[in-house]
Design a protein around this ligand. Structure first.
Ligand code: FES
Ligand SMILES: [Fe+2]
Length: 359
């Protein structure tokens, strides 16, 4: 039987619920030079002040609307490249280099966004938080849902690899790809799992968890196990639970005890999505390693950073190709129906719809 859902809105046209934390950049992407990012059609400039603190403002100078990201950071202000006006972290103009003695600073203000740096990424809250002062804003922020976070990022027992996804497609195609474990078929040599079978789904207003059983190709229990990432012949299929969760607006998964993968989303528009795929390999099985000095364990963690890069990038290329083709097919024939057999996808579409329904 086909599972078909009837929704009032086309899921491929859905906006986002701004009252969540989105990931707009990696920490290492934001240095002294301001950078420009886009989150759901909003141009934003990110910069790090002289104390290393991250700030996020609308990416436009209030003087003549050019991009602030062309400018530079001077102490705690961002200076526009055109006439050198300086704005503080609240988006207020605090200096004009050619202001005459009888002139006042213009009373102009651009939008500032709540932003936090956590677990190697820059998390941004695009929801409205009013025009309060910084302290009040932080208070309000503490009441909002907090960034999902990646507890494994700093944990010494996990090796991280990050791959960037940039696809010309609506975010729903990416989430559906990530929730549908029957697509292991696509990945051939990069395949991490096989024979997925959906067991059950649990869902609430913020998440959908789909639990599959599967066969994993990897087992991290010997000191040389990491070489399975490079040598196909060392991989042996063995049963493992495969759990995938849409934690709106992001995604998290576990394959047995050894692997954890996140996908951190930054939807750009109805036809473009950026995301970061973060893969963690667990060293939990190596109890001897845990007795070694912290500095050594940190050295092991840092030296192995990116160990799964080729694997992860390979998976991303294959997935993005399919996702973009789906988007193109939709644009050419939006009325054409898909035939979906995986009920986890019906659940995630329902969640995406309900998150934006009452905005
Ligand atoms: S346009 Fe930015 S200072 Fe003039
Ligand atoms: Fe995939």
């Amino acid at each position: 039987m086909f599972v078909q859902a009837v929704f009032s809105h086309d899921v491929r046209q859905l906006g986002i619920n701004p009252n969540h934390w989105y990931v707009v950049a990696r920490s290492c992407e934001v240095n002294t030079q301001p950078i420009s990012v886009t989150l759901w059609k909003q141009a934003i400039v990110l910069y790090r002040d002289s104390k290393g603190q991250i700030h996020a403002l609308e990416n436009r100078c209030p003087h003549r609307q050019v991009k602030l990201s062309h400018g530079k950071v001077i102490n705690n202000t961002i200076e526009c490249a055109y006439h050198g006006w300086r704005l503080d972290e609240n988006g207020e103009c605090v200096e004009v280099p050619y202001l005459a003695k009888n002139q006042k600073l213009p009373n102009c203000k651009i939008r500032r966004y709540l932003v936090q740096e956590q677990d190697g990424f820059i998390w941004l809250f695009p929801g409205e938080v009013g025009t309060s002062t910084n302290v009040e804003t932080r208070l309000i922020a503490s009441l909002q849902p907090q960034p999902m976070g990646l507890p494994e990022w700093e944990h010494l027992n996990y090796i991280a690899t990050v791959s960037t996804i940039h696809c010309k497609a609506h975010y729903s195609y990416l989430i559906e790809n990530l929730m549908d474990m029957y697509h292991g078929y696509l990945h051939e040599d990069y395949q991490a799992w096989a024979e997925a079978e959906l067991q059950d789904i649990s869902e609430d207003e913020n998440r959908v968890e789909a639990r599959y059983t599967a066969q994993s190709y990897y087992k991290i229990d010997k000191i040389w196990s990491i070489s399975q990432l490079f040598f196909k012949g060392l991989r042996r299929l063995h049963p493992e639970p495969l759990h995938v969760t849409y934690v709106y607006p992001h995604w998290a998964s576990t394959l047995g005890q050894d692997f954890k993968i996140y996908c951190l989303l930054c939807p750009i528009s109805e036809t473009e999505t950026k995301a970061y795929l973060v893969h963690f390999t667990s060293l939990n099985a190596f109890w001897r390693l845990h007795k070694l000095p912290i500095w050594f364990r940190r050295f092991v963690k840092d030296s192995l950073f990116g160990a799964a890069q080729k694997l992860l990038d390979g998976l991303v290329v294959q997935d993005v190709k399919m996702i973009e083709e789906e988007q193109q097919a939709y644009l050419q024939n939006p009325e054409r129906k898909n035939y979906e057999l995986n009920r986890a996808l019906v659940s995630v579409q329902r969640l995406m719809q309900s998150q934006v329904k009452n905005l």
